[in-house]
Every structure is written in structure tokens, then in C-alpha cells.
Design a protein around this ligand. Structure first.
Ligand SMILES: [Zn+2]
Length: 304
């Protein structure tokens, strides 16, 4: 599943390749993904893409008519950008009536014979942004910018996991919480974008067991403990490193230019069940447990 670093990588790729372009047409090849596509997608012709932001794992395209095009990559969504000269010729219509939407002509690049190319933004300069999503858990929505703060998918999101967010803020959020620190980190109201992999890695770096009660990382006076400070440092450093290398490549994620990152080769604890702990001189063995239906990998010897 694309996590925050992958989504940020996609945002940067899209920023370079679609911001400033004018939408000529939106091609829609199915009724929706996790939710139906808004009917208003058809009304984007002639609108400019003025910017692209990321909030948690949502991509937000700011449009020149005051609307915002939201997308979430779900489990397997991705964008592929084709410059005008890379766009293959239109294929013959698939044996149907004249009103049929043609099959995707991008299948050789996007894969699956184009069967999962569900949405396409066609720009006036002839370039295309193709949204491909085999598992169809992605989300597309379109709304006025003034509705953003009350949008049902956005309004309950906690802070981004980067400064000014810090250990004091996390401490305030988890003070008194009897839930595990792992569950607290995955709760998007506490902080957004610390997915399962990065939560496991950061807890390992900070030497904190994923099973530890969150409230024990805050002092009686409400201050973050030294270990909570280390945890926030680890979260911010690990996410920054992952963004720097272009995100991990778990499942079938690919960045917009088709390139792939390599962060998945560098996990210290995630996916290492029954392997020796990677911390020098620890000698422990990595365990996998299930918390909130997600796998937690940790070393019981050096994570307490
Ligand atoms: Zn260890």
C-alpha cells in the first residue's frame, strides 16, 4: 500500500509534470472506485491545474475555477504521465456501440492490458495523466475549495508528522491513553501518515515495544519522556529518508515516471520475523504479533 513517502513522491512527480497545464478532457472508464466518481468530473474541461498539495495520504489538485480534485491511491493506485509524443494512437473501439468508452491505449506501459486504467486527464498540450488501480480502493472526489476544511475525509485528520509537530504535541495527544503506542501512531487523529511499516521502524529505532501503553511515554506533568522524544525524532527521520529515496516499492506501487525506489531493502525490523535483531550486540530475535489487525514486527530484547 502506498504510504506517506510514496504519496509525497507522487506529489512531487505530478507537480513537475501537470501543474500549469490546462485540462482538455476527462476520460472515465468505470463508475467509480471505492466510491462512485462525482458526476462533476465531466466539468473539468478548460480548467487549469494551479498546484498540488498532499494532506496525509490525499493528493489535492488546486484548480483555477476554485475547486479541488482529491485523490487517494488506496491499496494499489498510481499515476502515469505520458507526454504528447509518448501517447499511443487511439485503439479501435471495443466492438460496441458508438457511445462506448474505448479501452485504454496505455496498457503496455501501465500494465494489465490497460484494464485497470480507470481515469485519464487529457491536457491541452496533448499529455495525459492516467490513473491505474487494480484493486480499486482508490478515491477520487471534486469539491469547492471552501468545503475542504469540512470535507468528511479530511476534517478529522490529525497533524502532519513533520515540524512544527513534535514530541510535546504527540505527548499531549497520547496523555492518559490506555491504548498501545503502536495503535496510537496508526490512529489518524493522533498524527497522520505514520503507516504500519514506518511505525514499526520508528518504534524499533526508539527502543519502544509496540505493546507499551501510550500513556507511559508521558510524565505525570504531561511532558514527553526521553523515549518519546526519540520516537518522534525517529518518525521524522525515517519518513524524510523514505521520501528522499522516492518511497518504498511494496506491492505494485511505482512513481509517476515509472521509476522505483529502494527503501524496502533497508527495513530494520519490518518483515524480519524470526531473524536476528539488526541492532548491534542485541542478540534478540524479531517477533511478529498482530495489533489492530496489522502485523507488528519488534525485538522483545531491545524494545521495551
Ligand atoms: Zn534487539
Amino acid at each position: 500500500m502506498p504510504e506517506l513517502p510514496e504519496v509525497e513522491t507522487v506529489r512531487r512527480g505530478l507537480q513537475d509534470r501537470i501543474v500549469g497545464r490546462r485540462i482538455a478532457e476527462v476520460v472515465i472508464r468505470r463508475e467509480g472506485l471505492r466510491f462512485p466518481f462525482p458526476a462533476s468530473l465531466k466539468t473539468l474541461s478548460g480548467v487549469n491545474v494551479e498546484g498540488i498539495r498532499r494532506r496525509a495520504k490525499y493528493l489535492l489538485l488546486d484548480l483555477s475555477d476554485g475547486r479541488v480534485l482529491l485523490s487517494h491511491l488506496g491499496m494499489s493506485g498510481r499515476y502515469t504521465i505520458f507526454a504528447a509524443e509518448e501517447v499511443p494512437p487511439e485503439p479501435p473501439r471495443a466492438g460496441g456501440t458508438s457511445g462506448d468508452v474505448p479501452v485504454s491505449r496505455f496498457g503496455e506501459v501501465t500494465g494489465y492490458e490497460g484494464r485497470h486504467d480507470h481515469l485519464e486527464l487529457v491536457f491541452e498540450d496533448g499529455s495525459h495523466a492516467v490513473y491505474t488501480d487494480p484493486r480499486r480502493f482508490g478515491i477520487i472526489d471534486l469539491f469547492g475549495a471552501e468545503q475542504e476544511s469540512e470535507h468528511p475525509l479530511l476534517r478529522h485528520l490529525g497533524p502532519e508528522p513533520f515540524p512544527p509537530w513534535d514530541s510535546a504535541a504527540l505527548g499531549r495527544a497520547i496523555a492518559g491513553r490506555k491504548t498501545s503506542i503502536k495503535a496510537a501512531l496508526l490512529d489518524q487523529k493522533t498524527v497522520v501518515g505514520v503507516g504500519n511499516i514506518y511505525a514499526c521502524e520508528a518504534l524499533f529505532t526508539a527502543g519502544i515495544s509496540p505493546r507499551r501503553q501510550a500513556r507511559t511515554l508521558v510524565t505525570k506533568r504531561g511532558q514527553p519522556t526521553a523515549r518519546l522524544v526519540r520516537l518522534v525524532d525517529a518518525i521524522q527521520r525515517i519518513l524524510a529518508e523514505a521520501i528522499a529515496v522516492g518511497g518504498s516499492t511494496l506491492n505494485d506501487f511505482a512513481s509517476v515516471d515509472g521509476g522505483v525506489g529502494y527503501f524496502s531493502q533497508q527495513f530494520s525490523v519490518y518483515g524480519r520475523e524470526r531473524e536476528p535483531c539488526t541492532r548491534a550486540s542485541c542478540g534478540g530475535t524479531v517477533r511478529r504479533i498482530v495489533q489492530s489487525n496489522r502485523s507488528s514486527f519488534y525485538c522483545p530484547s531491545c524494545q521495551r
